[in-house]
Ligand binder design. Sequence first.
Ligand code: PHE
Length: 364
Amino acid sequence: MTEISHLKSGLLADIAAAETADAIEALRVGALGKSGVVTGLLKTLGAMTPEERQSKGPEIHDLREAVTDAIASRKAALEGAALEARLAAEWIDMTLPAEAVPQGSIHPVSQVMDELAEIFADLGFAVATGPEIEDDWHNFSALNIPETHPARAMHDTFYFPDKDGEGRDMLLRTHTSPVQIRTMMTTPAPIRIIAPGRVYRSDSDATHTPMFHQIEGLVIDKAIHMGHLKWTLETFLKAFFERDDIVLRLRPSYFPFTEPSAEVDVGFTWEKGKRVIGGHGDDDNGGWMEVLGSGMVHPKVITACGLDPAEWQGFAFGCGIDRLAMLKYGMEDLRAFFDGDLRWLKHYGFSALDVPTLSGGVGA
Ligand code: PHE
């Protein structure tokens, strides 16, 4: 056995016995590195006579090739084994019930939005959305709130310092009503939509937060009247509170974008010192709670959206989602909705599997 073949069998045995990537790397450096044994042998070729080189050269090159190949295949084998071990260790049984896994909860606002979408889908309403960063035309002017109108000041609007490309003031929308405009301008009538989402007003106390949620409703069709509005709201509130004894009170009110306008109260009853929605508000142990604003869409608004008010009428309503959640699920302080306190979320949150359906009870 020549010295080289001896060296070769020794190196190949070491490589085959290596158990870790580090051991392989050490062997590689020792053989093929800058001052490795094989590299050293290759360097001796230069000083050989042509005859010597002819006899030794192939043997040395063969050594280098054999060692290189052995290292590569041992490395691949080790990596393959490591991957197999990892796959075996990190294996998950996807058929296990999801409750076995620790999980977060659905925020009551999201839950109520899903409940509302479910209730209104049953009445044939689609869900529409609009941007939270609005321009003053969609948020105010198109809704018959001109620049000098006191309602603009009433809304405590957050404005942006810069105007948009068309010279319009930019703001955080103060209500979901601009979605009425966006829908009427892009969707052919008849229209039946709800638009849930975030709205912003510079206001903060136990019942007001600078960001809160509203749901807008809009129906545009022919021969629509207040009776349709009242029936829709009654049907919606009965389904939402899951009670048949919901009584509504429509109070004349004013919104620039509806005429006539009505604020809607819902009757509640005192039960064991708590307000429970349901019953006639004028009863001895009852009262009225304001839940939404509504009215017949103002002809000027219909015109601003390019429709003929002689042909198309409709009603609209706007309602605070957080308020609805508080009334249904009994939270006291609105600010806690947005504190991100895990104890609150755990207490008032819903299971992700608890998808609201009408057949299962929207709030089950
Ligand atoms: N946008 C009104 C508000 O935020 C509510 C409303 C909507 C009233 C639609 C009438 C019709 O107060």
